[in-house]
Design a binder for this molecule. Structure first.
Ligand code: ADP
Length: 498
């Protein structure tokens, strides 16, 4: 048996870079985290300094190795999971970025997306990439960089530049520029990747004026990407996936129909769709989950923009609560929401509504409405939004999950988990480890390097902290959900002035 005892996962998120050492049982043995700066050069624009992303990530890796007193020989693999869609453009010769990283949240290409829709190319994009035409995805961000950074287009065409999502940027730095690669799950978020052929799509690249030589080689998520010598002896870089796909893998959603939900600032619901590209009529996104052992697993994805952010709003703007944790006790202090609904459509509504003009709405207020009712309604809204996404997924996939696996900051709230089970009528499962995303990347890396044998071995490690069984009767469940629909109808189109 090899000396390897750990897999190191690098979890490069939107606000912090983290590194975690997992042992053979999938337990966290060391972890380190560093925040980095957010740059908002104009309203709606969001950037990161790519060099700061790399230096913070490298430092966390060094920290966890020191914490565990681990030698390089004890690390079976370095795995990577990352904020998705964010892009970096850099000089091949020096490895220096030519501009800040443009972050997934950045809206600078919203007008470019309007033009694409006017030209009708959004249909081609949808068909080939599984995505909707939105500034969120990487393709238009790369096109913007080539069109706006002085000399970038000429230099890109001359092969002097390289582009990539954050996984690619980390791999480049870990290998000191020897490897320019990404994995299929990250590639599938760029709007440039054909999820049928699993190649960069030439026609799309032509449309955006992006030279193919700028883009990384695309590899299986669970495979060896290269070697890093930055931490002593050579370490295999193996296991790469975008954060939400890594979380799906970390929850062990290996079978078709199994589903996870992450309750953070927003909601991210992903369902394993099996080995065929799932059609979506309900405004969901088809994406690559992962590729392993020559097989590609697809996923259906739906998200709500505002989930835990509504709790932050109650805390920071309305000052109704002192902390997010407090919401649990406050919600429990009343038997129900007193008939009120809170639709947190602060920035419009995503799937399945796609209404950019919807706005936040609270309906059903009476003289008896209290702070506790409002807090409770904000938590219940996360569960209702999740049910809408689950319904859309069930329609599109023909599969209804038999349980929902959950993670993210707000999943710590027992009241939310119970109410979610009640509103869905299926159990909600919360794993013992809260590091599902990093664990998913570690699994992909550990499987690629033989640290773990197969999914069955991982299955033996799965530990639930708690399973919430539905307790509400069907009539009540449907009555509450019908009320949510009526509330959403009132939130829609508000900013259009109708
Ligand atoms: P992100 O990764 O999007 O930054 P996290 O997964 O860290 O988010 O979750 C943070 C979000 O969860 C915040 O919006 C916060 O309001 C919410 N949150 C955290 N704890 C709770 C709780 N106990 N109950 C309800 N919401 C919570």
């Amino acid at each position: 048996m090899s000396k390897a005892q750990y897999v190191m996962a690098l979890d490069q998120g939107t606000t912090s870079s983290r590194a975690i050492l997992f042992d053979r049982e999938g337990r966290v043995r060391a972890s380190a985290s560093l925040e980095f700066r957010q740059h908002y050069p104009r309203p709606g624009w969001v950037e990161h300094d790519a060099e700061e992303i790399w230096s913070s990530q490298k430092e966390t890796a060094e920290k966890v190795l020191a914490q565990a007193r681990a030698q390089a020989a004890e690390i079976a693999a370095v795995a990577i999971t990352n904020q998705r869609e964010t892009v970096v453009l850099w000089e091949r010769a020096t490895g220096k970025p030519v501009y800040h990283a443009i972050v997934w949240q950045c809206r600078r290409t919203a007008e470019m997306c309007d033009r694409i829709r006017q030209e009708g190319f959004d249909r081609t994009l949808r068909e080939r990439t599984g995505l909707v035409t939105d500034a969120y995805f990487s393709g238009t961000k790369i096109a913007w960089l080539l069109g706006n950074v002085p000399d970038a287009r000429r230099r890109a065409e001359g092969g002097e530049l390289a582009a990539g999502t954050i996984d690619t940027w980390l791999i480049w730095n870990l290998t000191r520029g020897r490897v320019h690669a990404t994995d299929v799950s990250n590639a599938s978020r760029t709007l440039l990747f054909n999820i049928r052929t699993l190649c960069w799509d030439e026609e799309i690249l032509r449309y955006f004026g992006i030279p193919a030589s700028l883009l990384p080689e695309v590899k299986a998520s669970s495979s060896v990407f290269g070697e890093t010598k930055l931490f002593g002896d050579g370490l295999a870089i193996a296991g790469v996936a975008g954060d939400q796909q890594a979380s799906l893998f970390g929850h062990q959603c290996f079978s078709r129909g199994s589903t996870k939900n992450t309750y953070g600032t927003g909601l991210f619901l992903l369902m394993n769709a099996g080995e065929k590209i799932p059609p979506s009529e309900s405004g969901l996104i088809a994406t690559v989950g992962w590729q392993r052992n020559g097989r590609t697993t697809y996923a259906l994805e739906g998200s709500a923009f505002v989930a835990g952010a509504a709790i932050q709003w109650l805390r920071d703007e309305l000052k109704l609560i002192g902390s997010a944790e407090e919401t649990e006790a406050v919600a429990r202090s009343v038997p129900d929401s007193g008939g009120i609904y809170f639709v947190p459509a602060f920035v419009g509504l995503g799937a399945p509504h796609w209404d950019a003009y919807a706005r936040g709405t609270i309906v059903g207020l009476t003289r008896g409405t209290s702070r506790a009712h409002l807090v409770r309604a904000a938590i219940e809204a996360m569960a209702f939004q999740t049910r809408e996404l689950i319904e859309a997924m069930s329609t599109d996939s023909g599969n209804r999950p038999d349980a929902l696996r959950v993670d993210g900051g707000a999943a710590r709230n027992d009241f939310l988990c119970q109410f979610q089970a009640d509103i869905l009528g299926i159990p909600v499962e919360r794993p013992a480890t809260t590091e599902t995303t990093a664990l998913g990347a570690a699994y992909l890396g550990g499987l690629a390097t033989g640290f773990w044998e197969n999914e069955d071995e991982l299955g033996q490690q799965r530990r639930l902290a708690r399973r919430f069984e539905p307790q509400m009767n069907e009539a009540r469940r449907e009555e509450l959900y019908a009320g949510w629909h009526r509330a959403v109808a009132r939130a829609k189109g508000w900013a259009r002035g109708l």
